[in-house]
Design a protein around this ligand. Sequence first.
Ligand code: PLP
Length: 298
Amino acid sequence: MLTIRSVPYLGRILAPSLAEAASKYLAAASWDRRRMLHTRVNEKTLFDYMSQGIDVNLKMGTPPETLLRRSNEYMKKAALHRLEKPDAPCLFQYGPEAGDLRFRQELSHFLSQEYMDPVQVDDIIVTAGATQGLAMLANLLFSPGDLVFVEDPTYFIGLQALRQDCGLHCVPVPMDENGIIPEELEQYLKERSSIKPREIGGRKPFWSMLYLIPTFHNPTGVCLSATRCRRVVQIARKYNLLVVCDDVYNLLAFSQDEESALQRKRLFAYDDPSRTPTAPPTRPPTADVAPREITWPG
Ligand SMILES: Cc1ncc(COP(=O)(O)O)c(C=O)c1O
C-alpha cells in the first residue's frame, strides 16, 4: 500500500524531473548530432572552401596551397640531406633550452640581413610559433589578473592566449589608420597606473604588457607610423610596460627596396636612440631610453 500510494506521489515528484531529463537527453543528442555535423564542416581545410569559392577566412594569415605543395618537396630534400650527415643521431637528443645553436645562428644571420639591423644569436629563443612565444612571455612575466593593453581590434588567437589561457585582463586601446593611438594609451595608463595588482620586481618586473602587431596589423592591415613607434616606446618606459611585438608580417612587404624596409623598421629599433635616423649614431643612450635588460635573480 505504502508502495502503491507512494508511487503516484513519487511519480508526481519524479515525472517533471524525468521529463526534464528526457528533454535534456534529447537536446544533448541533437546537440551531439549538430556538433558532429559542425565537426565535419570544420574538418574541411581552407583550400576546400577556396576551391568552392566560398567563405575565405581573412582573419588568418594562411599560406597559399601552391606554396605548401612546394614546401613538401623542400622539407623532404632538407630532411634527407641532414639525415645523411654523420652527426644526424644527435638531432634526436635533447638540446639547449633556447633551441638548436646552429639554427639560431642561421636565423640571426637571416633576420639581420632582412631587417637591415643586427639580431644577436643570444636574443633568439626558438618556439613552436608566435602564439606559443606570446603565451610563454605572458605566463613567465605576468600573473593572472594582470592588465594587458591590446589594440582594438586585435588578432583573435593572440587575445584568446592572453585572456583565456593566461588569465590576463585585456584592455582594448583604440587605433586609427596609423596604428594604436598613443594619447589614448597614455590616458588609460594615467587612470590605471595606481593599481598595483601584485608585487612588481624579481621575476615579474613589469607593471603591465602592451601586445602590439605593429606591421601589417591583423585584422586591419595598418602599420604603426614612425612617430607613433617612438611615442609608444617613451610611454612604455614611463609606465613600466613590456611591449610585446607580434611581428609575424614584418618581412612580407611587396616592395623589397632598402628605403621601404628602413621605413618599416622593427619597433625594437626605436628603443635605442643611436639607431634612429633623428639621432646621431655615436650618441650614447641616455638613462631614460637605454635598452633595458631583464636580469633574473639566481
Ligand atoms: C598577428 C598574428 N600573429 C600570429 C599568427 C600565428 O602565428 P603562429 O602560427 O606562429 O602562432 C598570426 C596568424 O594569423 C597572426 O596574424
